[in-house]
Design a protein. Sequence first.
Length: 745
Amino acid sequence: MVVKGSVDSFKFINDANHFGIFILNTSDVPDGSIAVTGNVFGISEGDYIEVTGNEIVHPVYGNQIKMTSYRAVQPTNTDAVIKYLASGALRGVGPKLAVRIFTSFGEKTLDILENEPERLAEVKGISENMARNIAVEYSTKKNMRNAMMFLQEYNISNSLAAKIYEKYDEKLYSIIQDHPYRIAEDITGVGFKTVDEIAGRVGIKDDYPERVEAGIQYVLFLGLEEGHTYLPKELLKERAKEMLRVDEELIEDGIVRLALSNKITVKKPDKIFLKYVYRDEAFCASKLCELKNAFARKKETEEEAICREEKINGIIERFSFELDDSQKEAIEDGINNGIFLLTGGPGTGKTTIIKALIEFFFEERKDVVLAAPTGRAAKRMSETTGFEAKTLHRLLEAQAVIDDSEKTRFVRNENNPLEADVYIIDEMSMVDVFLFAAFLKAVQTGSRVILVGDMNQLPSVGPGNVFRELIGCGYFKSKTLEKIHRQSENSRIIINAHSVNRGICPPLDKNAESNDFFFLERSDRKAIMRDIIELVKNRIPAKFDTSAEEIQILCPARKGELGVESLNRILQKYLNPPDEKKSEMLRGENIFRLGDKVMQTKNNYDMEWVIRGFNDIITERGEGVYNGDIGKIIKINEFEKTITVLYDDVREATYERDETDELELAYAITIHKSQGSEYPAIVIPILDTPRQLLSRNLFYTAITRATRCVMILGDSEKIKDMVRNDGERRRYTDFKERLKEVIEV
């Protein structure tokens, strides 16, 4: 659909991404005007433009045009010219002055503005200085529009065109035509494939050196998304050759050039890193060595050892801790070392040791900080220890980089360090190399760092396998807890979790005696869906005295009929059906409804939240909602297009229209997203999931999320295969080598 008209008024503009809604007055539609949505960079009220897009019918606002591109055109009548001049697009020109300008120059008005702007001084009320200012402003807008139209010729979207213009201004023409691959380096969020398409339209050949270099870096970046910190040279060449369609010799040359320009690091014999990834991995190794050595030099006197032993025994007696020898050793190791690693499965007493260490350090008048990688994990750490725990992002005072929510800036770093004496970090298996480096930069040498987790759970979503490699390297004091303690011996969840970890499939027959671990053999997807609805609505709440909201469905995958996306649509229909009393909001393909269970999908450090007390009075304010936080929609303002979500039963966060794409339904979530969380009851459907997604540690991670009930539905053979499959997809990481380099110096 193509329509021409003048921009009447803007109803909404997001300054960060330039998304906007405006009314276009046009004779090309029956009503004489229509709402237009899209990237509005370069458009002002009064502009006369030609809009290309698709006509859609919004369920609330009726007919709209979803704009794909626009171009400035000359107004075709007197009213349009005068309206443009008087719109405010040119500063200082109001309605009366606009009429005088048009009266003076008539149909030549826009030509005068473009080619002889100094003649504006002939108009009464316009000085020579004002004429120059109007000319500059008109020229700037013209240049912006010309640039946008130039970029549209290469099928570049309005949103990307706006970023390119803001970055390069008039240099964009030479960048596009001669060095398009610079765009992927200079503008965050623009990938190789996007610029490769642009380069193809410009006429750049496949063997262009800059293309080869950009492609190599892109393959390494894709490796990060698989969890790798480097790629072996042969694998890198194989993937790059397939993607770039060039000879291997050109890729070899590209690797050499990238190494010489310091964009990649090559470690013998054949490990290729992106420079910044290698730098973070090497920094972590160096800083850990410093922290360890700071305590290695301290020798404990016999008197100090006796005093320490008495304090530990006093704490054990005071809190009635029942500890075995390995747990007592763990407490002593946590006290006596700069770096201490504690791992173990559920029910092995990790929390008891953390509590004992906290009490010991408090008695020593040490400042202790507790943290975890996610909001849910931090909340659980607070609940189990009785002391405040923060997310690592909050501890480091994370901030989003302006206009780029995918980047993170940490206020706390080597130049502005943290000042605690002891740091205890839980759920360390979830921490990737980038977050670990950011944390260590903020820790001062002389502080103790105690890292706690379960190394048999899934590795971090981001690159690296930090916790497992730290334990496996043997350079730091560590303790693996294996004994299940008395209070956990009656839980089949815990017993079965440990069995799975040893490669033993838990009993899956109907006669298996269990009060908290159940399996229903099912081979039909529709039957599984019906069972899930019945279990969540009725059976589990009745048997385990829990609400449907507290029950979490965990899926191995997002896609498929039993994946997260499909299940969420079905569960919303049955658990929170439409009702005339429930307000709704349509966002993309999602319908958000009052009462829905939702999850935050990215870190938003600037999101404000409030806690309300008696009579709805705000008693506390704060900032930050994090990836994986789950809450409930308690208010939808259909007029203002806002959604208010209640997190942790106390914090209210209100999302503006452009922020609601950070939410998704959370009746079902992936097992990966559940890490660091606990739920009273979980339901796991396993039927036709691709085999590569079914691994022992995925199953182990899933069942260890539950405290009172695990319900599994599906194919018992799939589950047996899952338990047998102890082979994780290999991660190419080199952290052990970095540690070896600094420790053996």
